[in-house]
Every structure is written in C-alpha cells, then in structure tokens.
Design a protein around this ligand. Structure first.
Ligand code: GRF
Length: 218
C-alpha cells in the first residue's frame, strides 16, 4: 500500500506510521509527504527517513483552487493507494475531495461527531465530557464530517487542562492510526454509499481501539 501523507505540523502521526513500517507492523510504504508549511516538523521526519518531502506555500498561488490543483497533481504523481491527512490544517477543495473519495482519510482529535474543527480539547473540557478521544474518518466535503472508521477513547481526568488532555489523546492517536491503516493494507475497509464497510459489512458504529480494533503489537 502506497501512502501519501499530508501534514502541517510536528508530524508525530507521520512518525508513528514510519515507525510501524520500519518495525514490520504495517505493510505499507510512504511514497511522499506534502505540507503547506515549509517549517513543518513532518517534512524533517520524512527526510530523515529518506522519503520525498515537499512543501507548497499557499501564498505563492493566485487562488485556493490553484493551490489545491498543484498539490493534488503532485500527490497523483506518486500514485498513492491512500492519502492520509495527519494534522493537515487546510481545507481541501471539493474537486480533489470528490476525486479521491474513499481513498483519503483524516485523523481528528475528538470522538466525532463531537467537537469538529479546531481546539477540540478545549471544546471537550468546556462541555464537561467524561470521555474524549480521536477518530479516523474518510474525508468528504463536510469538515470533519466524513464517515468514521475507528476511534480511540481516553478518560477526561480531574484537573486536566487542554495540554494534558491533548497529550493523553495523542498517545492513543498513534496506535489508532496505525491499526486503521493495517485494515486498509489488508484491503478490509471501503467507503460505500451507505457508510463504512469492513470485511464487506456496513459498520453500525466506528471500530474501537482496544475493542473490536486490535492494536498492532510492537
Ligand atoms: C493531531 O492531534 C491530529 O489529530 C490533528 O492534528 C494533530 C497533529 O499532530 N489533526 P502531529 O503533527 O501528527 O504530531
């Protein structure tokens, strides 16, 4: 399975993918990493692993559409089986989202459909929920609104601030993303007209890491 990874920031999810591949826990290859930020730590991590890494600056393009066209023509050129948005902080254009429907996923730090958008840990704390977490979902034109494949939950503990909660969630994001990618590598997941299909059956609810979604043993 060839992956193209999009990332805007530090790239710890990218690193989790690279480590899982290096350790034989994920049968995949990261074909290239793309970023909208030249200084993204994800680019350095990719280069350290000798993976082609490229950044495109949105300000260099006349329109949002021109940026997306250029980005996605570069992505298409590496022939990915799956595009993984791992902390990619820009909205994606509708033509590109539609062209890659069922072949593009995103990891989002909340138990979707709760807390879409930004500052999800602050949102969770403000709402007073007892359980928070992360979701991997197919990308559709609705922001953080595509069908959810799998989730990982963590407790919200007394005294948590957004930083503490974010760290607890991030620790589970990494195994969640790797376990979900293993399903893709095994050809077990597909996007159907009626939602997510796993092993040919429509999911009634997202898979749960540590429950019906097993962690890849280290
Ligand atoms: C993660 O919390 C991810 O869920 C969100 O952005 C953050 C990216 O972290 N979409 P990293 O760059 O992978 O370390």
């Amino acid at each position: 399975m060839r992956l193209a990874v999009l990332a805007s920031g530090r790239g710890s999810n990218l690193q989790a993918i690279l480590d899982a591949i290096a350790q034989g826990r994920l049968e995949a290859r990261v074909a290239a990493v793309f970023s909208d930020r030249a200084k993204a730590g994800a680019l350095e991590r990719a280069r350290a692993a000798r993976i082609p890494a490229e950044s495109l600056k949105p300000g260099d393009f006349p329109t949002r559409e021109a940026f997306d066209e250029s980005l996605f023509s570069r992505i298409a050129a590496v022939h990915p089986d799956l595009i993984v948005c791992a902390g990619y902080m820009r909205l994606l254009g509708a033509p590109q989202v539609e062209a890659w429907a069922g072949r593009m996923i995103n990891i989002h730090p909340s138990l979707l459909p709760a807390f879409k958008g930004l500052r999800t840990h602050e949102q969770a704390l403000a709402a007073g929920v007892a359980v928070h977490g992360a979701s991997v979902h197919f990308v559709t034109c609705e922001l953080d609104g595509g069908p959810v494949i799998a989730q990982a939950s963590v407790p919200v503990l007394p005294g948590d601030d957004a930083t503490a909660l974010a760290a607890r969630v991030l620790e589970r994001e990494h195994p969640l993303l790797v376990a979900t990618l293993r399903l893709f590598a095994q050809g077990r997941v597909a996007l159907g007209a009626d939602g997510v299909h796993v092993d040919g059956r429509r999911l009634q609810a997202p898979l749960q890491l540590g429950g019906d979604l097993r962690e890849a043993a280290a």
